[in-house]
Design a protein around this ligand. Structure first.
Ligand SMILES: [Zn+2]
Ligand SMILES: [Zn+2]
Length: 238
């Protein structure tokens, strides 16, 4: 009842077009049906790196993954890194709109629940931020996304297993080779952990060239983990 009264006084508005989200919409998202339908959904992609491919068969890999496979085994990206998603992600990260993380994680959860053959990992691990950058931003967007996903899938969240112990410069503006060099040796397994996993899923908001995720998967596999999946909200094209 209180919820109904609050909705009447403060009707929920769509974060993109600002129209009020109707009561009849069964969706709890702060995004109207039209704007949800406008999101750049990823239809078919390489099984291993999620680069968009046309008319792929299930579990098909792109030429690059066949030639030189990355350290991660399977990437699920739900959307293309295009507008209006770019705006939503940037608002969350750079304008500290942490509530948008809830919306974006709900979108990820919905897509994950639609996945027919989703294999639930032993733990969900968000891409860590260096503690200085985390302090500046006030939160880690990957961790915010991971929290809701872990809860929805009843899967443990482990934000302490992996550490970003070096504060490397931001990847944006660097080419693929510079990006690979920039993330080398940046991550390590926490000395304090007592956990042993065989299958994990790494969570991040955006995947670009995949260098950061590849370096993380390399470190995780070196620690004995057999299978590393990656779940990202959006994937940029090469
Ligand atoms: Zn809308
Ligand atoms: Zn690929």
């Amino acid at each position: 009842m209180i919820k109904g009264i609050l909705n009447a006084i403060y009707p929920r508005r769509c974060v993109l077009c600002m129209t009020s989200c109707r009561q009849s919409d069964d969706s709890p998202l702060d995004l109207c049906k039209d704007c949800q339908n406008d999101l750049p959904l990823m239809e078919s992609a390489c099984f291993q790196c999620a680069i968009p491919l046309q008319n792929t068969l299930e579990a098909q890999r792109c030429g690059q993954c066949l030639q030189k496979p990355p350290a991660f085994d399977h990437v699920i990206s739900f959307y293309h890194y295009q507008q209006p998603l770019i705006w939503l992600i940037q608002q969350m990260k750079f304008h500290k709109r942490i509530l948008l993380a809830r919306l974006l994680s709900q979108l990820m959860v919905r897509r994950l629940q639609l996945h027919q053959s989703l294999s639930i990992p032993d733990a969900i691990i968000p891409v860590p931020l260096h503690h200085k950058r985390r302090y500046q931003r006030g939160f880690n967007q990957a961790e915010e996304l991971a929290k809701s996903i872990a809860k929805a899938l009843h899967c443990p969240l482990d934000s302490h297993y992996l550490e970003r112990h070096l504060n490397n410069p931001q990847q944006s503006g660097l080419n693929a080779k510079q990006r690979r060099k920039n993330v080398k040796g940046v991550f390590r397994i926490s000395h304090k952990t007592t956990k042993h996993y065989s299958h994990v899923a790494i969570i991040d908001d955006v995947m670009s060239t995949g260098s950061t995720l590849n370096e993380i998967a390399r470190v995780l596999k070196k620690s004995g983990i057999k299978k590393v999946d990656v779940w990202v909200l959006a994937r940029a094209s090469r």
